[in-house]
Design a protein around this ligand. Structure first.
Ligand code: NDP
Ligand code: OXD
Length: 312
């Protein structure tokens, strides 16, 4: 019997749709009456410590998150493949966020907001898009979609990834040894990396100090839509105060929800959103995971499997 176990996800959003898509196979929850040994697939977001207890017949873990950093830290993670969420709707939502914040920083939003508040008429012209370099860290599913959406806007684009990527119209940099060269001409730094031991804390004072300073009036900007563990918040506070950074857009935080005591809330050139850059949509999510289950049951290989040794 094929059993899909919905671990810690919202039943109202996912349960009925999975049942409709996968019937007649049972889709169960922890409170239901079932034998854990019958469970072949488990669908998780941030699973409880006992989420995998007794699942001796488990074939695959399905991750509602595109990022699997929290899942990989689970103390009792079974040794079965993990399939993460890859979805055009999710990519589009993330690119919407990236494009909105890139264009906001390019057009010196912070500067003109301050002038408006001060009733100050001050004609500073933003550089042309072609003179403004957007550097994207992470050239995977989301990074590539962001590039597709930014390209028609005319920005100079560059990317940084672990392995070399050749993408038309994008200057590619790869590996730690080319990180400084990547930063050197970047005006707006976008983070779309997975959180791994190599990438943790990468948004720090040292990185900020290497960005290009003379193109955007007020200084370079950063946009972090990946994970809070990528950023050193004390360094961001300092860099925004001393002008090393002109502005920051942050969707993710070291501690979520961001505590009310965080100084970030009160900084005018820091644009905070509560981890909403891209939500996993249940319609496309159910279609995606149901198809994966159906194909896997007929012997086809899984897709979008996490490489545990790389951590993403
Ligand atoms: P992918 O796995 O498709 O892409 C990851 C990219 O990062 C790849 O280009 C990879 O390089 C690169 N990379 C990994 N490690 C390193 C390293 N050490 N140095 C340089 N580059 C590295 O991930 P996605 O694009 O699907 O997602 C990225 C992240 O976005 C997720 O992990 C998640 O944390 C976050 N996210 C945030 C959301 C939000 O709402 N805020 C929503 C969804 C995702 P290579 O190409 O060589 O493999
Ligand atoms: C994800 C997220 O990783 O929503 O999918 O952060």
């Amino acid at each position: 019997m094929l059993l899909l176990h919905l671990s810690d996800v919202d039943e109202a959003r996912w349960g009925e749709q999975f049942r409709a898509a996968l019937g007649p196979y049972p889709v169960v929850r922890r409170r239901d009456d079932f034998d854990p040994a019958d469970v072949r697939y488990i669908f998780v977001w941030k699973p409880q410590p006992d989420a995998f207890d007794g699942l001796s017949g488990l074939k695959t873990i399905l991750s509602l998150g595109a990022g699997v950093d929290a899942l990989l830290k689970h103390p009792a993670l079974p040794d079965v493949p993990i399939v993460r969420f890859v979805d055009q709707d999710l990519s589009q939502r993330m690119s919407d966020y990236v494009v909105a914040h890139v264009t906001m920083h390019h057009r010196l939003y912070t500067r003109f907001q301050a002038d408006q508040k001060a009733r100050r008429w001050n004609q500073i012209y933003p550089p042309a898009a072609s003179e403004t370099t957007v550097g994207i860290m992470g050239m995977g599913v989301l990074g590539q979609d962001a590039v597709r959406r930014l390209k028609p806007l005319g920005f100079a684009l560059r990317s940084w990834s672990r392995t070399a990527r050749t993408i038309e119209g994008v200057e590619g940099f790869a590996g730690a040894e080319y990180f400084d060269a990547f930063l050197a001409d970047t005006d707006i730094l976008v983070n779309l990396l997975p959180l791994t031991p190599e990438t943790a804390g990468i948004l720090n004072s040292d990185t900020f100090g290497k960005l290009r300073r003379d193109k955007l009036s007020g200084g370079p900007a950063i946009i972090n839509a990946a994970r809070g563990g990528h950023q050193r918040e004390a360094d961001i506070v300092k860099a925004l105060a001393d002008g090393t950074l002109g502005a920051a857009s942050l969707d993710v935080f070291e501690t979520e929800p961001l505590p009310a005591s965080s100084p970030l809330w009160a900084i005018e050139n820091c644009y905070i959103t509560p981890h909403i850059a891209a939500i996993s949509n249940e319609k496309s999510g159910v279609a995606y995971f149901s198809e994966i289950i159906r194909k896997h049951e007929t012997g086809e290989p899984l897709i979008n499997v996490v490489d545990r040794s790389l951590g993403y």
